[in-house]
Ligand binder design. Structure first.
Ligand code: AGP
Length: 626
């Protein structure tokens, strides 16, 4: 999500524009919908510069390059550049970064991430007479750093004063005309690396930004600020204590650097899930801890009057909806149907003004889902889009939108968007529960706290996937794999099967475990691999025991049982050929964990078969035809 470049070169070597633009081009893979750069202009030896020049454009880098031809920038030693993936405010020229701070336009700032408390900070700045030119949370930070600079006349100190007041996840880079030859950057829970050159230094969201110039880099810890000049890179903590970054040598080539050194985008995106979930939870509560929705254009009265929810989506997004149905009905007591968007559109659904139609789409451009949303609106329903792509068609065609903040998903097989979609659906469910009152309204904040614990659990889980990878490599020649689950584990079984079909071209089927004896058990023969997603022992209605019985039934018929079970669940051990452990979590939150080994399994098996993991045959990332 967003690409960031910073550069300071030697005196009188005015190639900052070229270096920054090259870095932005190398970061294009991250996905973006606008781009811009800022250069210090009118530099003199040792003195202040005349100003900071900014050029920015919505759309692809080609638009920015055209602007640079039409309106050339000055030669400069110092620059920052940004590719933006819109979060707060649509992908427009005005919302593109950099943003000026202050009234004299002598400071420019770029930002990756989300400033969670920007509403209150902006309100306070507005009350003090500050005017804004964009809808972004970033511009708030730009004005705050500019004001701090006016007081302390030191860009590093100004940045330090401001970051301590910001909540959320962010990387910020700033330049000031009074300090030519300096770029200051700060990071909290958002990527930033320093490139160490000879007589020049770099900043980037990842090493791809500067790999054409240097392979020597510095890793920063969270809550650190780095100040680069042509000669040095100095690091301090947010408390001002001097510290040091961790030096490392980059031995990836440019293509590997784009993938963060991983073999595929899918692998990288699987590993990004802790961040995707955490970012999707960011900024969803107000100062009192109550849930709030983005860009809500539906009144609370209308939402209170909802008598039915229909979720429409396709593929992985559909399975995220199936997963969320269990929680939404449980928390809101509103009946919730989940339907494939292409089926919903072409039957005669019972929908009226008290029906809330929730569409889920990573791309926001899936034609089947778009048509379902349009149809729902024609029928008078209220429509909310859960979407990962700011400004896409589906959110624009909906009454309200709740964005997932998973960042761009490049691999065709969806992974981090899936867990982010479940997270967003849960936020919506809790919001509705809160609005409608009742017992779950009080529990909403407790569930939010439990959700906030999920990213670190996913992190732990991801760190222990070696055995899953071994199993996948061992199974590279397998021709058929079955997946069983129950309750929220059922859609996870379906999604696990879809992953394997999509990228490993293996016949894979997911079933509700309770359905086994109604047919699918006939497929079990000696050696048939079956993944079983086991609910935690605390799941109500004794479902855990029922699924353990299912494992016994298929094992007795020769199945090779690959059991995904909670830490500490010993009941499964006697009947499992392999036990894959996941951290304990409340039953409704388990899917955010149990899907992870299935994603890893599919990616590893596909790559063991020598297949293109990111671009499987016959599939497109965004299906824009019906
Ligand atoms: C998932 O791995 C697939 N690529 C596919 O099922 C996808 O989820 C579906 O086409 C919906 O896409 P969307 O989320 O962009 O609407």
């Amino acid at each position: 999500m967003c690409g960031i470049v910073g550069y300071v070169g030697p005196n009188r070597d005015g190639r900052a524009q070229d270096v920054v633009m090259e870095g932005l081009a190398r970061l294009e893979y991250r996905g973006y919908d606008s781009a811009g750069l800022a250069l210090i202009e009118g530099e003199t030896d040792g003195g202040v510069a005349s100003g900071v020049a900014v050029r920015k454009r919505s759309g692809k880098l080609a638009n920015l390059k055209q602007l640079l031809q039409d309106s050339p920038m000055p030669e400069s030693t110092t620059g920052i550049g940004h590719t933006r993936w819109a979060t707060h405010g649509g992908p427009t020229d005005e919302n593109a970064h950099p943003h000026y701070g202050g009234e004299d336009d002598r400071l420019a700032l770029i930002h990756n991430g989300i400033i969670e408390n920007f509403h209150s900070l902006k309100t306070s700045l507005l009350e003090q007479g500050v005017s804004f030119r964009s809808e972004t949370d970033t511009e708030v930070a730009a004005h705050l750093v500019a004001r701090a600079y006016d007081e302390c006349k030191d860009l590093t100190e100004a940045m330090r004063r401001v970051v301590n007041d910001l909540e959320g996840a962010f990387t910020l880079l700033a330049v000031h005309a009074d300090e030519p030859g300096v770029v200051v950057a700060a990071r909290r829970n958002s990527p930033l690396v320093v490139g160490i050159g000879v007589g020049e230094n770099f900043l980037g969201s990842d090493v791809a930004a500067f790999i054409g110039h240097t392979r020597e880099a510095l890793e920063l810890a969270n809550d650190q600020i780095v100040t680069i000049t042509a000669e040095k890179a100095e690091v301090i903590g947010f408390d001002g204590t001097p510290t040091e970054g961790k030096a490392f040598h980059v031995d990836w080539d440019a293509a590997a650097a784009e993938k963060g050194g991983h073999s595929s985008f899918m692998e990288k995106e699987i590993l990004e899930q802790p961040t995707a979930i955490a970012s999707t939870l960011l900024g969803r509560t107000d100062a009192e801890g109550a849930l709030v929705l983005d860009e809500l254009r539906i009144s609370e009265e209308q939402l209170r009057a909802v008598t039915k929810i229909v979720i429409v989506a396709c593929g992985t997004a559909f399975y995220s909806g199936m997963t969320a149905k269990y929680a939404i009905e449980h928390w809101t007591r509103i009946p919730c149907e989940v339907e494939l968007a292409h089926e919903f559109r072409y039957r005669d659904p019972v929908v009226d003004q008290h029906t809330l139609v929730v569409s889920i789409s990573q791309s926001g451009e899936t034609m089947d889902t778009l048509m379902a949303v349009k149809h729902a609106r024609e029928l008078g329903a209220l429509t909310i889009s859960i979407c990962n792509t700011h400004g896409a068609t589906i959110p624009r065609e909906s009454d309200a939108v709740l964005y997932t903040h998973a960042g761009p998903e490049i691999a065709v097989a969806s992974t981090k968007a899936f867990t982010a979609q479940i997270t967003a659906c849960y936020v919506l469910g809790l919001y509705l529960a809160q609005l409608r009152g009742g017992s779950y309204a009080e529990e909403a904040q407790q569930v939010m706290r439990e959700l906030h614990e999920i990213p670190s659990k996913v992190e732990t889980l991801l760190a222990g996937m070696d055995r899953v990878r071994e199993i996948a490599r061992f199974m590279a020649d397998t021709r058929s794999v079955l997946f069983l689950g129950r309750h929220v584990g059922y859609p996870i079984a379906l999604e696990g099967a879809l992953k394997l079909k999509e990228i490993a071209y293996i016949h894979a089927e997911g079933f509700a475990a309770g359905e086994l004896k109604h047919g699918p058990i006939a497929l079990i023969e000696p050696g048939q691999p079956v993944f079983i997603v086991v609910p935690g022992p605390d799941t109500p209605h004794g479902l855990h025991g029922k699924v353990v019985s299912n494992i016994q039934e298929i094992r007795a018929r020769g199945a090779r049982t690959l059991v995904i079970a909670e830490e500490g669940d010993e009941d499964v051990v006697p009947f499992a050929d392999e036990v894959i452990r996941v951290p304990q979590a409340p039953p409704l939150l388990e899917p955010l964990l149990t899907i992870v080994p299935l994603q890893v399994f599919a990616a590893e098996l596909a790559s063991a078969k020598g297949l293109d993991v990111d671009q499987p045959r016959n599939l497109a990332k965004s299906v824009t035809v019906e």
